[in-house]
Structures are given as structure tokens and as C-alpha cells.
Design a binder for this molecule. Structure first.
Ligand code: MG
Length: 115
């Protein structure tokens, strides 16, 4: 099945990531250790950076962003927090924030240190 035709559901995606963790028993093999996961996420962010700075294809960029998303979702599993709830809590806060142009680019922030 094409990825874009699959069920559009966070819960289905999270269950797939949980199944991936279970398949390799990440919980008992170091795969859920947070320091290791931070290193893996940094690695994937570097791969995303390389796609952008080296002008690689959108296909490759989307694959690397998916790698990072899977790691982020798995980090919620590893650290035992509800990432969907955290997402919506933060999204609501972001939507309430102001934006400013900073050095030619828009920035959405609370601007606490800039007054
Ligand atoms: Mg990758």
C-alpha cells in the first residue's frame, strides 16, 4: 500500500513505531536509552541538512525527515510521555504567539529577552 493512502492517524503511526521497537526489543537492548536516541536524532538531522545543502532530491529529503519523525515518536515511547498531547499543547501555545521579522526571516517566539 502507498504510504500516502494508509490510515491518516497518529495512533496507527505510533502503533507501527511501537511494533518496530517491539520487533527488536529496543526496551531491553539499549534502543530506548535517551542519550543514544539523542545521538541518533542528531545523525538524522545531519542527513536532513546534507539533503538541503547538497541539493539532494525531495524523495531523499522526505525519507530523512521520516527517519527523524520515527525517532521522535519512538523517543516519546522510550521516555513514556504522550507526544500527541504534548504536540497539541505546544501547537496551541505557538498559535497564540506573535511573529516578528528578525534578520530578514520571520520568527515566532515569546520574545522575552528582546524587549
Ligand atoms: Mg536517515
Amino acid at each position: 500500500m502507498e504510504g500516502s493512502q494508509r490510515e491518516d492517524s497518529w495512533d496507527a503511526m505510533l502503533a507501527a513505531v511501537q511494533a518496530f521497537h517491539d520487533k527488536h526489543d529496543f526496551r531491553n537492548t539499549g534502543g530506548e536509552e535517551l542519550i543514544y536516541r539523542v545521538a541518533l536524532m542528531a545523525e538524522e538531522l545531519g542527513e536532513i541538512s546534507s539533503c538541503v545543502t547538497k541539493g539532494k532530491s525531495k524523495d531523499l529529503l522526505s525519507e530523512e525527515v521520516a527517519d527523524l519523525l520515527i525517532l521522535l515518536m519512538g523517543t516519546g515511547i522510550a521516555a513514556e510521555f504522550d507526544l500527541k498531547a504534548a504536540f497539541w499543547k505546544k501547537m496551541d501555545r505557538l498559535m497564540a504567539r506573535e511573529s516578528r521579522m528578525v534578520n530578514g526571516r520571520i520568527r515566532v517566539s515569546e520574545f522575552r529577552d528582546m524587549e
